[in-house]
Design a binder for this molecule. Sequence first.
Ligand SMILES: NC(=O)c1ccc[n+]([C@@H]2O[C@H](COP(=O)([O-])OP(=O)(O)OC[C@H]3O[C@@H](n4cnc5c(N)ncnc54)[C@H](OP(=O)(O)O)[C@@H]3O)[C@@H](O)[C@H]2O)c1
Length: 258
Amino acid sequence: MVLSSTDARFKPGDEVICTSYDFGVAHDGGFSQVCRVPADWVVPLPKGLSLFEAMALGTAGYTAGLAVEFLELNGLSPASGKVVVNGATGGVASLAIDMLAAKGYAVTVITGKDNEHAFLKSLGAQEVLARSAIDTGGRPLEKPLWAAAFDSVGGDQLSWLTRTMQQGGLIASFGNAGGIELKTNVLPFILRGVRLIGVDSAATPMPLRRKVWQRLASDLKPRHLTEITTTVTLEDLGAYFTRMLKGGIRGRAVVRLT
Ligand SMILES: NC(=O)c1ccc[n+]([C@@H]2O[C@H](COP(=O)([O-])OP(=O)(O)OC[C@H]3O[C@@H](n4cnc5c(N)ncnc54)[C@H](OP(=O)(O)O)[C@@H]3O)[C@@H](O)[C@H]2O)c1
């Protein structure tokens, strides 16, 4: 909510979203109640989203929506074939599962958490694969499985994904939860036309950012945002971070500041 603005585009009382650019990364005050930001970082809250929903989506939902937008611009549709989402219980991935399933995609997910398979199915996953059951070693090209992949993990997992894509497969690479290395080979790219598409939410130009937020309020609005989101207080944060570092959380957390 805008309290005051020296920029004519915004006035007191406007409901707005501010994520990305340097916000929360190169500026202090990530958990403050009041902050001053450049107007060029601010998106008017689209109709169809509450302020709470906007923060439940946050950078994670925006990144998931941007990845869907990029792959659809490259021709992905539900008729293309199976879509795999890796790092499935994470914030970006769980929101991506929900969005993709709602749009009619056949979604397979990969998770390291054996106790969350039912949760992932409740979001719309048709098939849940345990990460421990996947052999990421192997041949330069594996059996083609996926029309598209949404990867929050990187490393050997992303390498395996490049080698298991179908002809013309599209990969959205947005995360490095499992490592920053990527060792693969060129055969998936030159024999199957696989496209590896990077997703950087931080620097999206504003017209595209506004378009994606409009989609997040309409055709990409997750159906299970309540189930995906946990609300925590400032006092809860220490314990929450400890659980997070042990891999014991799922989905999104919204910090209630008051
Ligand atoms: N490109 C961008 O603009 C952008 C924006 C937001 C986030 N990110 C990045 O995207 C990734 C996901 O973000 P997030 O907010 O969804 O994080 P998150 O909520 O912490 O989720 C990460 C998920 O990755 C899986 N994972 C964790 N450690 C792993 C490991 N060692 N090996 C394999 N999988 C592991 C876990 O899911 P399972 O247990 O279900 O496998 C975990 O829930 C992060 O690397 C983050 O930095 C990038």
